[in-house]
Design a protein around this ligand. Sequence first.
Ligand code: ZN
Length: 137
Amino acid sequence: MGDFNYTNEPLNQSSDRYRTCKNAKNYDCKHKNFMARDRRSLFCTKKCADTFHNYKKVKIASSKLNGKEGNMKILQSLTCSTNSITINHHILESYGFDFEKYDQKVNVSSTNIGLLFENYILQRSLNDKDEVIIIKT
Ligand SMILES: [Zn+2]
């Protein structure tokens, strides 16, 4: 309960519960149009709401910066309430993150190499090759 805001009924554009997800333009929205379970819903899922709010937060933080400084702002905004998060690399790039601006490569395990950005390590998720894990050290 709470993670999904859509129902399984067929889409009906004349219903007052027909919605276009506010995060629909984003790469990872899977239910761009949906029938809302609750009339207040603006997003198809909690994940879409989180992505959208992170995006706004990060965009504002990094809009006037670029390259390395912009990268650091993005990493700081994403980890302000947690020490590590998993995020799709397309989303990270849409924030303006530049993967080429790392300080050095680090061995995170015998089979996985990470990229060091000051006090952050980015490593590829072993479960999903599109996801990266950001760890604040
Ligand atoms: Zn969505």
